[in-house]
Design a protein. Structure first.
Length: 195
């Protein structure tokens, strides 16, 4: 008998929240919306796994990372390994939370809130690059936001090839307006090709 064939479906990797308003051990709602959106765009099955449960071999496969470094430890690790390749990344201000920071211009895109503290504008990143753990054989896609709406917006923007410049590997800043708790008017603000 032959061995079991290798499963080439990409791994969709989630983080689990342990702080803030989120319930311990729960996946963020924006992360779930992003996962459903990407699954619909890809039109193929994926394997779901929690970031902390990945094996050494699995991190060298095609990966789809859902959520920012504050909730998905692998997203933070991959972003750190892509430092020097990417010009967009996350920064955290203890007073204002996460922002998307542009190293080229020095601009920080920070979510905006209404007087009641509800989000009105959120930002996200969508990145497609060579997997830094296996750059010759695998790719990584990251959809992450300052908040859940930004993550969902980044996933929605993933298939907008024209807005993303038609690059195979790219990084993009995505903005979305939030109205009555739902994301609206998702816009790719900046898209750049990466090596």
């Amino acid at each position: 008998m032959g061995g079991v064939p290798h499963d080439r479906r990409p791994l969709m990797v989630f983080g689990v929240r342990f702080a803030g308003r989120d319930l311990p051990g729960m996946v963020d709602q924006g992360d779930l919306v992003a996962a459903v959106e990407l699954q619909a765009q890809l039109g193929s099955a994926v394997r779901l796994v929690e970031a902390d449960a990945l094996t050494e071999d699995e991190i060298r496969e095609d990966l789809i990372l859902i959520g920012g470094p504050d909730g998905n430890s692998l997203t933070g690790n991959v972003l750190a390994r892509l430092d020097g390749v990417l010009s967009l990344g996350f920064t955290v201000d203890p007073e204002h939370g996460s922002s998307v920071y542009d190293r080229k211009s020095g601009f920080a895109a920070s979510p905006r809130y209404d007087d009641a503290g509800d989000p009105r504008v959120d930002y996200g990143l969508v990145i497609r690059a060579a997997n830094p753990f296996a750059p010759e054989t695998a790719e990584v896609v990251i959809v992450a936001g300052c908040g859940g709406h930004g993550t969902a917006a980044a996933a929605a923007a993933f298939d907008e090839a024209e807005a993303l410049g038609g690059y195979r590997h790219f990084e993009a800043l995505v903005e979305t307006t939030v109205f009555r708790g739902a994301q609206r008017d998702t816009l790719v603000r900046e898209a750049r090709g990466i090596a």
